[in-house]
Write a new protein. Structure first.
Length: 71
């Protein structure tokens, strides 16, 4: 099976959602956490680093398609 993920994160107060796509979910969540508070990115600005949901896909195009539907 492929290793591409569509995922949703939220902030500590669960008031903002962020949908993303990656081929390394663990690394991407670490990046979101380390980037918290960074005003240059949406996920950083709104502290979106808590994983709510993810789905695995065989191709990047399928993961991107699903991410777009999550928005």
């Amino acid at each position: 099976m492929g290793n591409f993920f569509a995922y949703i994160t939220t902030n500590p107060r669960k008031t903002v959602l962020y949908a993303g796509m990656t081929n390394d979910l663990e690394q991407r969540l670490t990046e979101h956490y380390l980037n918290r508070g960074n005003p240059k990115t949406f996920a950083g600005r709104y502290y979106c680093y808590f994983l709510l949901h993810y789905e695995r896909f065989q191709t990047p195009s399928k993961a991107i398609e699903r991410k777009e539907k999550m928005r």
